[in-house]
Ligand binder design. Sequence first.
Ligand SMILES: [Fe+2]
Ligand SMILES: [Fe+2]
Length: 220
Amino acid sequence: MEEIFERVMNREVIPLDLRKIVCEEMYHGIEVSNLAKMIAKEMGESEDVCDDLEIAGILHDIGKLKLTKYMYSEEGLIVEQMKYVRQHTRQSYEIVMEAGYGKRIADAVYYHHENCDGSGYPDNLRKEDIPPLARILRVCDVFIALTTDRSYRKAFDPKTALEIMIDEVEDYDMKAFLAFQRVVHREVLTKGVKKLREATSERQVETLELFEKEMILLYV
Ligand SMILES: [Fe+2]
Ligand SMILES: [Fe+2]
């Protein structure tokens, strides 16, 4: 897995900031992918579903690469930037469809910011209207985001992140959330979040290559 990170970092024609963003997004994808796979297994989902989630987890935010010039620009208003941030689900969807991953993976990616109470985006879907894989991704994505350092705050420790999520539990699919809690208690609180940063399958490493491709397409 290290190789792909090295290859991305060695593309010196691309601005360093962008190479770093690509690496951060790849790590984020791996973490969400690993957690999603564990939760799907815990829920007793089929191997098929686990495999699709593994890929959807890696690629859910890949569309952000297309928006870096807006999201990280110093010009423009915050509200404008938010509008662009919200477009990343569509961009990810398009990249995933174009790469031939199929509708189930693409839909999981497209709806990964929907909340069960209807407060999410892009379509304000509720509960069962949200594709099941997207509901699992949602839980994983929020947990990983909370346990990652941001420019405006430090990472929360896993226990605190879990407490924050319990406070907003109406956002999440109950079955996915209960499985998530069990997995966090068993795997994450004991082994640490860092463990989730390592690729666990060949398929994950292959899927990461799409980030490299996108980066080259956009910036060379
Ligand atoms: Fe996202
Ligand atoms: Fe994400």
